[in-house]
Design a protein around this ligand. Sequence first.
Ligand code: ZN
Length: 239
Amino acid sequence: MNHIPILMYHNIGYPPQQAKLRSLYVRTGAFARQMRLLRLLGYRGLSMSDAMPYLRGEKSGRVAVITLDDGYLDALENALPALRANNFSATCYVVSQRNGQHNDWDAAALNVRKQLMSAEQVKQWHAAGMEVGAHSRTHPRLTGCTDAELVDEIAGSKSDLEALIGAPVTQFCYPYGDVDARVVAATRQAGYSAATTTRRGRASAVDDPMQLRRVLVVGSHLLHMFLIKLLTNYEDKRG
Ligand SMILES: [Zn+2]
């Protein structure tokens, strides 16, 4: 069976001194080396939508999916150059009603305010050939939402972003990986093709496309650890 690593990144760049959970930052140079290594190993780095034929088992090949959560400005400034240099695409999951603002949902916990892309910058990301996915409107814990709130957050972020970029938005990512059967049903109902969690492991065609596992890439990984997570069942055992 074809195992497909869906790589999960948050921030690309150098962590601010006071930031907690500094491992969520992958340095710009490390990210560039990881992308180059993928290419040298014969992998193509793809967005979620570009990878769907592989995730559905219709195609097989050496592909890795690149995802970036939350829509930080550093995706545009620090990740995009390395993605382009290797001719890769990637999906950035955007919180649709926080454009141009900061991570108000976890700034206090992480002790750092991180700049999110403005509406204009989200359009630039898309215009550069990259995918815009949805990550809710306000980054709530979805399992605690009422049914009406679920529709607002899940279907609402899809329509917000489609209006912004003028293209279909078919990929969703659950904030905090917080998901249950009701949240999955609402996501399917909203018309998404697939959705990702924070559960660890590589994806395969037998998985529910609405609950895909991912491979966490953290800043402390040396290149060989990145390779082990990519190529072996190391992450699958942690799912
Ligand atoms: Zn998030």
